[in-house]
Design a binder for this molecule. Sequence first.
Ligand SMILES: CC(C)(COP(=O)(O)OP(=O)(O)OC[C@H]1O[C@@H](n2cnc3c(N)ncnc32)[C@H](O)[C@@H]1OP(=O)(O)O)[C@@H](O)C(=O)NCCC(=O)NCCS
Length: 200
Amino acid sequence: MEIRNLAPEWIPGAVELQRACFPPPFPVELLWHPEHLARHLEVFPEGQFVAIEDNLVVGSASSLVISEKHYQKHSDWDTTVSGHFLAAHDRNGSTLYGVDISVHPGFRGRGVGRALYEARKDLVRQLGLVRFATACRLPDFANSGFSDVESYVEAVVSGAFADRTLSPLLRYGMICIGVAHDYMDDEESGNAAAMLEWTP
Ligand SMILES: CC(C)(COP(=O)(O)OP(=O)(O)OC[C@H]1O[C@@H](n2cnc3c(N)ncnc32)[C@H](O)[C@@H]1OP(=O)(O)O)[C@@H](O)C(=O)NCCC(=O)NCCS
């Protein structure tokens, strides 16, 4: 398995991968179309990564750089990235912001997500940025029996409960700084997300 920057030839595979990773009830209108990924390559090619094994895209991760002022507002997904074409990208900003990450279900638990995160951290160092930040889905919240997202996130952070997405991201060294309500239309996560940061 190799981590590379996204290139035009990997776009169809990355689009297909995302559909395999975000099945219903995740809203299909939030998923990438080829023209979105093509635009990401124009806007910020260094921030787009894929994991390739046997000529197949088995993982992908998109990011952009946002300004400090914009980051500190901790807005919802759409406002933070300014839509699917990542119009909020600001090369003079402070924060590498994770837009999405996907690892094919058949390739999970083998360190692909960790390798994509290492590539993101290397980019933060290379560009001299302040931090890597993202907001993480909580797909096991809906069936967890917890009535509020804050208690759920606290339980996952403490290790008392596992979430199939938040738990891996915490293993990569991401620190939870709070909960974002109404982050995106995401039924399984109660429309919320855990706000995460890493500083070099
Ligand atoms: C989250 C995701 C990217 C993780 O990718 P992955 O390649 O399977 O993760 P890794 O193999 O790097 O595993 C990372 C760590 O998390 C742990 N882990 C993995 N799944 C876990 C689970 N369900 N519960 C608890 N810990 C888990 C692993 O043990 C590993 O720890 P270690 O490296 O310290 O031993 C992947 O599951 C995914 O694509 N999910 C669906 C899409 C999604 O929700 N994306 C996130 C949007 S915010």
